[in-house]
Write a protein that binds this ligand. Sequence first.
Ligand code: NAD
Length: 283
Amino acid sequence: MTIKTVMVVGAGQMGSGIARVCAQSGFDVLLNDMNEAALQKGLSSMEKLLSRNVEKGKLAEEDKTAALERLTLSSDLKDARTCDLVIEAVVENMDVKANVFSELDRYAPAHAILASNTSSLPITEIAAVTNRSEQVIGMHFMNPVPIMKLVEIIRGLQTSDETYESIKSMTNQLHKSPVEVKDFPGFVSNRVLMPMINEAIYTVYEGVASPEDVDRVMKLGMNHPMGPITLADFIGLDTCLYIMEVLHEGFGDSKYRPCPLLRQYVKAGWLGKKSGRGFYQYN
Ligand code: NAD
């Protein structure tokens, strides 16, 4: 199937990055969010980052203009009727995603593929709320989307070969590297990464070391480019908590229990960089 028009649902840190990469790769893009302020923020961050690339000589001014011209803002999921592919990037919560998918299934044309950027939720369960399970797939981009090369492609139980091949080829068109994984909690990336982040938060919770020192140990000792506490703030502490809950419930193993300090920060609204405060403070 030829993909020409893409709708990205959710204009947060991931959705705006996905929309930008799609627009820069020549796709017509509709960026949707239920929150008008989030849409405007997504657009202005996209404009700012594209302009920065022009200033650095990494992007031609006309390519920036062309990418922005291919982008349209949308606040109505009914706009999915013109799309060949919808990539959902709303909050990491099954109830919210299930509602979005059941609406998208109603509005998107019969040929359209519905993809989720979920970090951990089962694609098979998301697909079950639609009448097109064979056209539902996981497209897990990494943060920050324009920089990170990997896209985990998650096949639900009923995802067809045709859907998989279309998404693999589209991922290559975005100049990203697709890696196929099975539909298991956390897939590969977050099943390996998130327990490490959770354990790092436990070391802070138990007073073993400060956030700065935990990060220093992992950067200087393990050659990680970014410490796990900084990375947690960067991902979003709410997203980290959702993923730990999915792993905990999905495997029924206590080794995945979320750290109480993580829960407390999320309850306080300290969600990391996006809210201005997490383990660190941001201006
Ligand atoms: P975010 O909180 O920055 O953005 C979520 C956006 O979704 C918000 O703008 C919100 O207004 C919007 N939204 C919520 N419900 C909606 C609805 N019903 N219709 C339309 N818009 C709606 O979150 P994020 O960090 O961009 O994460 C989005 C998804 O991407 C999650 O599933 C997350 O697990 C996944 N993900 C996140 C990261 C990361 O590092 N943050 C990495 C990979 C994947």
